[in-house]
Ligand binder design. Sequence first.
Ligand code: PA5
Length: 448
Amino acid sequence: MIKLKFEYSYLKDFEHLADIGVIEEEVISKANELLARNGLGNNYLGWIDLPENISDELINDIEQTAEKIRKQSDVVVVIGIGGSYVGARAIIEALKPEYSMPFYKGNKPVILYAGNNLSSGYHKHIIDYVSDKDFSVIVISKSGTTTEPAIAFRIFRDILEKKYGTDGASDRIVAITDKSKGALKTFCNKRNIKTFVIPDDVGGRYSVLTPVGLLPVAIAELDIRKLLHGAKQMQKTCTNNADFVNHPVIEYVAVRNILYRLGKQIEILVSYNPEMRYFVEWWKQLFGESEGKQGEGIYPAGVDFTTDLHSLGQYIQDGQRIIFETIIDVENPKSKVYIPSDEDNLDNMDFVSGKNLNDINKMAMLGSLYAHIDGDVPVVRVVLPELNEETMGELIYFFEFACGVSGYVLGVNPFDQPGVEAYKRNMYALLDKPGYEEEGIRLRSRME
Ligand code: PA5
């Protein structure tokens, strides 16, 4: 059943550990509020039941669509931003990183991501790459009006239409969007394009277990049933409040909030496996957009160790004491690489010869863990036995539930994102979008 383990014994050196029992009661009451569905943002709680509620019909449709797209494509361009993009990438890069590597054993289709930024350099590379290949587009936008994916969709649709004609292009596009609203839905209806629905009551950053995440993940030949099964196991224990005593989610929320109250304003999610880089990005997006409100919120940061031990490691060890660390510890990484022996030993590295690289990585993890504790950086660990679809499903649900509860502990609505509108308004004004003229005049006068 639940394989994920939460470990905070590394906090033992911290005198305030005793307070965790007190805050735990508060966390349990917030978890119950979430489950009672009468707290802030309660019209966006559809994600709670997703793993259990998803129908077989929908799963079949996703799998069949993925198979069709796979067959007809050398490249699949997944267009989306924020919650409409990073979850799928997190799972694919963690479990099938070869799908992002065009050079990897002729793997097909290559999956590339567009519309998650506005860089012409970034997009030009993708445009050039697809120009002589058969490709398809998955466009994901709940609102159907977000600027970055809308622009990328225009660009790649244009290339598709020039290559395959209007109907041929429509056959190579799948959209995931609102069931009835938004420009994307209108466009798809007009062109008879296949669509999947993002449920009304599921916000972008909680949507990875809807077609938003499931379709791209299925295209990468990952088993979405296993992913959902893992999530469902975690859902069962998170939604049964009889299980709340010593529950890893409750403990995690309690620990991070007590540390926050003690001045640890930054939580760094640490991975020792670069395949998890986008999982860290997903986590940052989930917590950053959910908790950073009304002057509150733990700032979610991320590092890739041991790489970043040679850069940010200095700050973590020795800079301002406002950080705590959560390590994603994969106990048994699948790949094994052994260090060859060398009779001459001119590099003086004989002490590791014959060892598995993973075991050395583990010692680096334990070494930095104790170094950081000694430097007053509390460390917690989320332990996965291995990386696979089921454990990823568990981990995703674990953090989603934790995020909802933690938002309530902080007293914010974890399901809205009013702060992201400010930049959009300014950008529209500067781009002369109709309706933003006055704002444009005001902004330009500030630039003089
Ligand atoms: O979590 C969120 O709600 C956001 O990050 C959205 O997913 C992101 O802004 C993209 O929005 P949309 O799917 O409407 O294009």
